[in-house]
Design a protein around this ligand. Structure first.
Ligand SMILES: Nc1ncnc2c1ncn2[C@@H]1O[C@H](COP(=O)(O)OP(=O)(O)OP(=O)(O)O)[C@@H](O)[C@H]1O
Ligand SMILES: [Mg+2]
Length: 262
């Protein structure tokens, strides 16, 4: 198991994320960090400007050729560059890449969703080369499928694939809610596989939280590994996600069934 920390940032604007990036910078001084980012809201905004409606199935964006072009431009061009620049401002030697670079993410197309793929494997060489130099890789969720076609990947899935491939002990998924909420709207401190499936079946976990919870479960490969879903807008969000059991929602391998059960 590795002390590499995989952190995923949900996709609002960088202005909203400045303080969480300071947190990422502080943690990255102590241990190796891989940052993965989403960009759902920014992609939707850009598509709206172009008059293209967004459609989601099971929390995943249905992606045709036109929306893939916009998604790729926004993720790799806009969001990734903003994050790398903001981290460099904070003294972090950040390096931007996507899952396409170095063949990082090995992915399999989900044909019903168009140009969308799920991560099946990680070629970690490029990440290792960046980490060994003390740099912080910042990964945009794009990947080539088996036919070499660039696809959109849900960023939680990308982060989970990277965490699993690196054997990371901790995966932190920072988002715009305080954690996973139950039917009464209460934030859950912990979640088991069975509880997660029950809440998904009942529609309590919906939208983008479905792929997020599934990603969290799939990243738990080793006894003692954990995935934490928490609010990026909170004070000291990353530090608290790592240290405070009452902050966010924790899913641990000890309480979860083996990978694949979800
Ligand atoms: N049971 C639930 N508990 C908490 N949030 C939920 C639940 N069910 C659905 N959600 C929704 O999931 C959303 C988070 O997922 P979303 O995909 O929108 O954000 P993200 O993954 O952080 O960003 P991005 O997709 O851009 O990477 C929340 O804003 C909330 O509306
Ligand atoms: Mg999402």
């Amino acid at each position: 198991m590795s002390e590499i920390l995989v952190v995923k940032l949900g996709g609002t604007t960088i202005a909203d994320q400045r303080h969480v990036l300071a947190d990422v910078a502080a943690v990255a001084r102590r241990r190796p960090v891989v940052l993965v980012h989403g960009g759902g809201k920014r992609i939707t905004e850009w598509l709206e400007r172009l008059g293209v409606p967004s459609r989601f199935e099971g929390g995943l964006r249905v992606t045709d050729a036109q929306s893939l072009e916009v998604a790729a431009a926004v993720l790799r061009g806009v969001v990734n560059s903003e994050l790398v620049a903001a981290l460099r401002d904070l003294g972090v030697d950040a390096v931007g890449l996507s899952g396409v670079d170095g063949g990082l993410l090995v992915a399999e197309r989900i044909p019903e969703l168009g140009l969308v793929a799920r991560v099946t494997d990680l070629r970690r060489d490029l990440l290792d080369a960046i980490l060994v130099g003390g740099q912080v890789p910042v990964v945009a969720p794009l990947a080539r499928d088996a036919d070499g076609i660039v696809c959109n990947v849900n960023a939680d899935d990308a982060a989970a694939g990277i965490a699993a491939g690196l054997g990371a002990r901790q995966l932190v998924l920072l988002t715009d809610v305080d954690g996973v909420r139950d039917a009464g709207g209460r934030k859950l401190d912990t979640l088991t596989v069975a509880e997660a499936e029950h809440l998904i079946d009942g529609g309590v976990i919906a939208g983008g939280m479905v792929p997020k919870v599934r990603a969290a479960l799939s990243a738990l490969g080793w006894e003692g590994s954990e995935a934490i879903i928490a609010d990026s807008a909170a004070e000291r969000a990353l530090e608290r996600a790592l240290d405070d059991p009452a902050f966010g929602t924790r899913i641990t391998a000890g309480r979860a069934a083996p990978v694949g059960a979800a």
